[in-house]
Design a protein around this ligand. Structure first.
Ligand code: ZN
Length: 417
C-alpha cells in the first residue's frame, strides 16, 4: 500500500519545473508526467469524475457520505510544478530517519549545509526527532508543492478506503504553472463546482494564511538620445543607462525594499534592468497588503519618472503598470467560517494554529478574487525554491489530519456563511 512518504518520494522524483518564458499550456510538457500519474492514482483509489483537462488540470470528486450531501462542497488545491528558480531535474530525495539535530552536508554539493544552530535556519530545530527529508544538494526538493499533492492524495485515499469519517462533497484540483503565476489562468470555477476551497501550499507546521500581498508589475522604459560619443556634447546625447541607474538609485531602499521590510510592510523591487545607452527597460514588482498603499507605490514611480523626464526633456520616459493579484483578505475577512473552521481543524489535529500574512501570493489570491474563497494551509515544508528545502514526514502527517478534520467539520455545515 502507498503511504504518504512513498507518494511524496515518487512525486518529487518527477521533474515538473515550470517555465515563465514559455507560451505553451502548461508551460512545460513534463508537468503532465506527474499529472498523468496522479490521474491514474486517483482512478486507482476509487475517486469519482477523474479527469485530466486539456490545459493540464487534474480534477476529481469524493462523494459525500450518506446524509451529508447538502453540506457545502469543499475543493482542495495543490500545484504540480516546481519553481524555475532552481533545478528540479533528477531530484534524489534523502530521508534522515529520526533526525538528531546534527549538521547535514548534502552529498552532491558540499557547500549546501543544514545546521540547526545556524541563526539563519532557526526552523530546523523543529525537525529534531522527526523523519527529515532533504534533496541531495544540487536540486531543490520540491516539497513546494508535492507535499501538498501527497497530503491531498493521502486524504482522498483514506476517505475512499472505508474511513468512518463523515463528510460533505469534496473536490480535488491539481494545477500546473503556479510558480510562474499562471496556476489559475485556465481554471473553470463552474467545472470545479465548489462553494469554497483551500490550497495546501503553506509552510511551517500550524501556519495558516488568509491574507496575501496585493501585487502589480511595473515597467519603466527610458528612450535616450543616441549620438556619436565624439559629438555627444554638441548634439545633446542622453545616455539611457545613466538615467536608469540614477532613477533606480533614487528609490527609497531603506524602507521600501524586500531586504529592509517584514510582516505588513510592502516593497518596490526592481528585478530586471536591460538595454543600451539608447534605450533601457527596468522591470519591478510592487507589493503591499493594502491596495491603497500599492497604488501609492505606482504613484511614487510615476512621480520619479516625471521628475527625470523634466530633467531630460529630449528623452522619453514611460511607466506602465500591470495588475497581478489582490490580497485575498479583502474578501475573506467577511467569510469568518472559512477561516474559523481551518483553525478548528488544525487544533483538532493536535497542532497550534498560527495565522500568518503571506508576503507573496498563492493560487488562492486569484481564486478568491474570481469568487471561490481559498485560504492556505501548511504542508510542513521549509526553504522553498532552493537546495536546502526540507520537510518532515510527521509534519506532513499533521497536515493530512488537519485536512481530514476540515472535511469532517464542513460536513456538519449547511452554508458557507
Ligand atoms: Zn507553492
Amino acid at each position: 500500500m502507498n503511504t504518504l512518504l512513498d507518494r511524496f518520494l515518487s512525486y518529487v522524483r518527477i521533474d515538473t519545473t515550470s517555465d515563465a518564458t514559455s507560451t505553451t499550456v502548461p508551460s512545460t510538457a513534463k508537468q503532465l508526467n506527474l499529472s498523468k500519474q496522479l490521474k491514474a492514482e486517483l482512478e486507482d483509489i476509487g475517486a469519482h469524475d477523474v479527469k485530466l483537462t486539456e490545459t493540464g488540470y487534474v480534477l476529481a470528486s469524493i462523494p459525500a457520505t450518506a446524509g451529508k450531501e447538502k453540506a457545502p462542497t469543499v475543493c482542495f488545491f495543490a500545484h504540480v510544478d516546481t519553481s524555475p528558480a532552481y533545478s528540479g531535474t533528477n531530484v534524489q530525495p534523502i530521508v534522515h530517519k529520526n533526525y538528531q539535530g546534527n549538521i547535514i552536508q548534502l552529498p552532491n554539493d558540499p557547500n549546501q549545509i543544514l545546521d540547526p544552530n545556524d541563526p539563519m535556519q532557526p526552523t530546523l530545530q523543529s525537525a529534531i526527532g522527526k523523519d527529515l527529508i532533504t534533496s541531495s544538494g544540487d536540486t531543490l526538493l520540491g516539497a513546494d508543492n508535492k507535499a501538498g499533492v501527497a497530503i491531498i492524495m493521502t486524504m482522498a485515499d483514506q476517505l475512499l478506503s472505508g474511513s468512518s469519517l463523515e463528510h460533505g462533497p469534496i473536490r480535488i484540483c491539481f494545477t500546473p504553472d503556479e510558480e510562474i503565476g499562471r496556476g489559475v489562468d485556465h481554471v473553470s470555477l463552474e467545472e470545479i463546482g465548489a462553494d469554497l476551497a483551500y490550497t495546501i501550499d503553506g509552510s511551517a507546521l500550524g501556519e495558516l494564511n488568509w491574507e496575501t500581498f496585493s501585487a502589480d508589475g511595473a515597467k519603466i522604459t527610458i528612450e535616450g538620445v543616441s549620438t556619436h560619443p565624439g559629438t555627444a556634447q554638441k548634439y545633446g546625447m542622453v545616455n539611457a543607462i545613466q538615467v536608469a541607474a540614477r532613477l533606480v538609485s533614487a528609490l527609497p531602499v531603506e524602507w521600501l525594499s524586500p531586504e529592509t521590510t517584514n510582516t505588513y510592510d510592502g516593497f518596490v523591487h526592481p528585478y530586471l534592468m536591460q538595454g543600451t545607452s539608447a534605450k533601457m527597460e527596468i522591470q519591478f514588482i510592487l507589493r503591499d497588503h493594502d491596495n491603497d498603499k500599492l497604488a501609492a507605490q505606482g504613484q511614487m514611480l510615476q512621480a520619479l519618472c516625471d521628475a527625470f523626464q523634466a530633467a531630460h526633456p529630449t528623452a522619453r520616459i514611460a511607466l506602465e503598470i500591470t495588475k497581478q493579484y489582490r490580497n485575498m483578505g479583502y474578501w475573506l475577512r467577511d467569510k469568518k467560517k472559512i477561516v474559523d473552521l481551518m483553525q478548528q481543524a488544525t487544533e483538532a489535529a493536535g497542532v497550534t494554529p498560527s495565522i500568518v500574512p503571506v508576503r507573496g501570493g498563492t493560487d488562492g489570491s486569484r481564486l478568491t478574487e474570481k469568487g471561490l474563497p481559498t485560504p492556505n494551509i501548511f504542508t510542513g515544508g521549509h526553504n522553498f525554491h532552493g537546495p536546502l528545502e526540507w520537510v518532515t514526514v510527521q509534519d506532513m502527517e499533521k497536515s493530512v489530519e488537519t485536512v481530514l478534520q476540515l472535511a469532517a467539520l464542513w460536513g456538519n455545515e449547511t452554508s458557507v456563511d
